[in-house]
Design a protein. Structure first.
Lengths: 153, 153
DNA sequence: CCTGAAAAATTATTCGC
DNA sequence: GCGAATAATTTTTCAGG
C-alpha cells in the first residue's frame, strides 16, 4: 500500500474534484489513461478512497450554528463507552465526535440552524446520551477553516 | 432558494455518492431525468452544491492522530483576528478552525501522522501563529464520528 | 509498467408532447 | 414534468514497446 508521488497527485486532484475524468487526471499527472484508471481502482479496492461526495454550503443550507460540546461520562468501562459511541453515531446533527485522552471525555461537534435549534438538539439528543455526567458547550462565532480536506497531502 | 423534499433527496443521494448518474437519481426521487438535471444545475449555480470530492480513509493514509488545540490570542481587535485567520488557513494540517464565543479563543483541529508529527506541526506552524497567547492541546484517543456529512438533512 | 488508439459502454442533453 | 431519440463523454480493452 505504498503511494508514490503520482498517487498523491491523483488523490489531490480527486479531493478538489471527484468528477474529474480520467483523461484529465492522466494529463495532470503526466501518464496515459490506463495506469491512472488502474491506480484509482486499486486505491478504491484497498479502501483508501472510500467514496465520492457532494460538498454543500452550510451557509446556503442555513446550518451555520456550530457548537462543540464537551461531555464527561460517568462510566468509562469499555461496555459503557461502546454504548455511548453507538448512541452518538445515531445523531445526524453530530458531525464529529472524538474521545479525548485524559479523563475519557468526549468532544462532540454539533451543527444546527441557530441557537434555538441547537438547544432543541441538545435537550432531545445530546443530554440524554447514556452515561452523560457533565457537559460544557462552546459556541462558534466564526468558521475560520471548515471542511478542509488537504490532509497535508 | 427554497428546497423541497425532492431537492433534499437529491442532496442526500449526492452526499452518499457524488458520482451517481442522473438516471439513477431520477429513479430514486421519482422524477424523470430532465427536472433532476435542472435542479442539480440550479443548486450548483446558487452555490449550494460547491463541489464534489473524493473521501479518503485517514486510517489508510496513516493520518489518524487528531488533536484539538485551544488557542487564546493576545489581541482581539479585528485586524489581529483577520491576520490570525489568514495564517491558520495557510496550514494544510489544520482541518478545521472555529472562533469560540466567550474569550475570543480559537479551537483548531490538527491532523497528523502520530505524536511526533503533531509535535513538529505544533512547533513549526501552530505555536508561531500571530498573537498566540496560550495553548492547550487535547489529543484524541478514538474517532467516534468522523466526516459525518448528513447535516441533519 | 506504460502508451496510444480503437471499441464499448455509459451518461448527459435535447427535443416534442 | 415526461419519455424517447440524439449527442457527447467517458471508460475499458488490447496490441505493442
Amino acid at each position: 500500500m505504498k503511494l508514490d508521488a503520482t498517487d498523491h497527485k491523483i488523490l489531490s486532484a480527486l479531493l478538489a474534484n471527484a468528477r474529474m475524468p480520467i483523461a484529465e487526471l492522466a494529463r495532470k499527472v503526466g501518464l496515459s489513461k490506463t495506469p491512472v484508471a488502474q491506480r484509482i481502482k486499486h486505491m478504491e479496492e484497498i479502501g483508501l478512497i472510500t467514496g465520492y461526495r457532494a460538498i454543500l454550503s452550510p451557509v446556503k443550507l442555513g446550518l451555520t450554528h456550530v457548537t462543540y460540546v464537551e461531555i464527561s461520562v460517568s462510566d468509562t468501562r469499555e461496555a459503557a463507552l461502546q454504548q455511548f459511541n453507538a448512541a452518538v453515531r445515531a445523531i445526524p446533527e453530530v458531525e464529529e465526535c472524538y474521545m479525548i485522552a485524559g479523563g475519557c471525555d468526549y468532544l462532540v461537534k454539533v451543527r444546527a440552524r441557530d441557537m434555538g435549534d441547537f438547544r432543541r438538539i441538545f435537550a432531545e439528543k445530546i443530554s440524554v446520551l447514556p452515561f452523560v455526567n457533565n457537559t460544557s458547550s462552546y459556541v462558534s462565532m466564526e468558521a475560520v477553516v471548515e471542511q478542509n480536506s488537504a490532509l497535508g497531502i
